[in-house]
Design a protein around this ligand. Structure first.
Ligand SMILES: Cc1cc2nc3c(=O)[nH]c(=O)nc-3n(C[C@H](O)[C@H](O)[C@H](O)COP(=O)(O)OP(=O)(O)OC[C@H]3O[C@@H](n4cnc5c(N)ncnc54)[C@H](O)[C@@H]3O)c2cc1C
Ligand SMILES: Cc1cc2nc3c(=O)[nH]c(=O)nc-3n(C[C@H](O)[C@H](O)[C@H](O)COP(=O)(O)O)c2cc1C
Length: 508
């Protein structure tokens, strides 16, 4: 087999795969076992695809590459074909990823397993379930939730294993599931069970699994078992769910999957800015670099840094305030009373080391384009919002509403925000201080400032503005209420904006 290209898995990501392109097709290889996960033979259109690949890489076509490089007309062509390349590669991955163990066709399968995942950990659990079912003679077909078929002619059982992302939303491999469910024609004998994977640190624990369970019930499909919820990939909870299913169905299941611990990167504290020191509400901005000659992992502002504090085994998440391209990893952390991880971070001195891992959060990003972006946060929630403003080099209209306790001790990022206002990366800033000592200023919360500016906020929303909210749950609830009030004359609400991707939350 002539290998035309080989893409290595992302460093430190044990779940990533090798992508191999040959003249005849595209495949994926497990990085730990070296086994083929899938190989998709390219159809005739693959010839076109390979030409597309050549156009992108210039491989073997240097002269054409020069000509194309000289021509601005190639930009739209390459944009289109680039998107096409990505789409074909992704389609190939998602349709083939389980071909090695999908020994039956969809038409023959008596059991369907559909997987909703963003970070791939749910696939490990799904494969274990599939292997167990196959062992006792079930004819199992496994695919991602987006590939829900209209009809499964022989299926008696439908298992759905899905994580939850955003703030209670679908992971990427399930984005289209609920839409596709409308045309799904279940057989009378079909029964289903949903298993949710999530993390109780997030306000909407396993919410998407709960939504899917309700939607399947509304469709009139009978349940094998009530929805199961797995916290932080607990293998014990997974085993117990398997035992429950075994009891109801009579199919013996011995589920043992135990995900590998997430690999971490070493980081050194190179700078910190401390605020609010005299009270309990100490909040600090921490800046870390990679250690020695290592480079920082890849991340964008709005992604999450996971840190497991000493004397505990549960990671805490912190929203990233910088991107790899800033050359520094920045987080903004409020010290919780008796908080293990926040206390650990606040006790760090310059030069101290920590270990952390990145969890991508691509849903929480300002939209590209010229529509206004309204950033709303309180306390440490300013972190990723400051990161978005720093990156707004296009000078798109960007407004920040931020609430703190006291302007003297707590005004996080004050010098930076002043600079961003001056150079127009930030268009407007409104602050609210809930414990201000100033005679001139009134005590206020961030939602009070939104209501004060309601005419302007409503106008921006009418023009297609997007809202991003970051910080505590209480603040987020108050902000949603205020925005609903502001939206009333337009006869829409926050839920409608959320459905359009125009109201995003990073709430904890
Ligand atoms: C998606 C996400 C993003 C986050 N981003 C940030 C961030 O950018 N900055 C930041 O400071 N924190 C952030 N957090 C919260 C952070 O992950 C920890 O929960 C927080 O630092 C407390 O951890 P701890 O180990 O110090 O406290 P623990 O030892 O876990 O708890 C100690 C005490 O603090 C209380 N407590 C824990 N968390 C909170 C809370 N959020 N509010 C009020 N009381 C609490 C507990 O009930 C307990 O009494 C985020 C959380 C999530 C899920
Ligand atoms: C950015 C982000 C957002 C998340 N949001 C939620 C959430 O709202 N509710 C929840 O229960 N879990 C949430 N989680 C936790 C994941 O659902 C959980 O880690 C799951 O096991 C991931 O499975 P996957 O790797 O297959 O996607 C979130 C995780 C990340 C990184």
């Amino acid at each position: 087999m002539n290998c035309e290209s080989l893409t290595f898995p992302a460093p430190n990501d044990r779940q990533d795969v090798y992508s191999v392109t040959t003249r005849s097709g595209v495949g994926f290889v497990d990085q730990s076992t070296g086994q083929w996960l899938s190989f998709a033979v390219l159809p005739e259109s693959g010839v076109l695809q390979q030409l597309v690949t050549k156009l992108h890489t210039g491989e073997g076509l240097w002269l054409l590459g020069l000509i194309l490089g000289a021509s601005a007309l190639t930009v739209p062509v390459l944009s289109y074909t680039g998107a096409q390349s990505w789409w074909i590669r992704r389609r190939s991955a998602i349709t083939q990823i389980n071909s090695q163990i999908n020994t039956v066709d969809i038409e023959q399968a008596d059991t369907i397993i559909l997987v909703g995942s963003e970070g791939n950990t749910t696939w490990g659990f799904a494969r274990d379930l599939q292997a167990n079912l196959c062992k006792v003679g079930c004819k199992v077909y496994c695919a991602e939730m987006n590939q829900l078929a209209d009809y499964y002619p022989r299926a008696k059982r439908l298992f759905i294993l899905t994580s939850t992302y955003g703030n209670g939303d679908a992971p990427s491999s399930a984005h289209n599931f609920l839409t596709k469910l409308a045309s799904f024609r279940p057989d009378q004998t079909l029964q289903f069970a949903v298993l949710g994977f999530g993390d109780q640190q997030f306000p909407q624990f396993c919410q998407y699994a709960l939504d899917v369970d309700a939607a399947l019930q509304n469709k009139g499909i009978a349940r094998i078992h009530s929805v199961g919820l797995i916290n932080r990939g607990s293998s014990a909870q997974f085993r117990e769910w398997g035992n429950d299913i075994a009891e109801v169905t009579g199919i013996p299941l011995a589920l043992t999957h135990n995900p590998l611990p997430t690999p971490t990167a070493k980081l050194t504290l190179i700078d910190r800015e401390d605020y609010g020191l005299e009270g309990l509400a100490a909040t600090s901005i921490f800046r870390f670099s990679a250690v020695g000659t290592d480079s920082l992992p890849f991340f964008e502002a709005g992604d999450l840094l996971g840190i497991v504090p000493p004397n505990d085994d549960v990671a805490r998440f912190y929203s990233l305030a910088s991107s790899t391209t800033d050359g520094v990893l920045e987080i903004c952390v409020r010290k919780q009373p008796y908080g293990l991880c926040s206390g650990y971070l606040h006790a760090l001195k310059l030069g101290d080391g920590i270990e952390g891992f990145i969890r991508q959060n691509p849903e929480f990003r300002p939209a590209v384009g010229g529509n206004p972006v309204i950033l709303i946060g309180a306390g440490a929630g300013i972190g990723p919002l400051a990161g978005f403003i720093r990156k707004n080099t296009q000078r798109n209209p960007m407004f920040l509403y931020w609430g703190g306790r006291n302007e003297e001790a707590d005004f996080l990022y004050q010098p930076d925000l002043g600079r961003y206002l001056n150079d127009h990366r930030l268009t407007g800033l409104q602050t609210a201080f809930s414990q201000t000592k100033s005679q001139a200023a009134e005590k206020a919360y961030v939602q009070d400032k939104l209501l004060e500016d309601q005419t302007a906020v409503r106008q921006m929303l009418e023009q297609g503005a997007q809202i991003l909210v970051c910080g505590g749950r209480g603040m987020a609830a108050g902000v949603a209420q205020a925005i609903n009030d502001i939206l009333k004359p337009l006869q829409i609400n926050v839920d409608a904006l959320k459905a359009q991707g125009r109201y995003l939350e990073d709430v904890y």
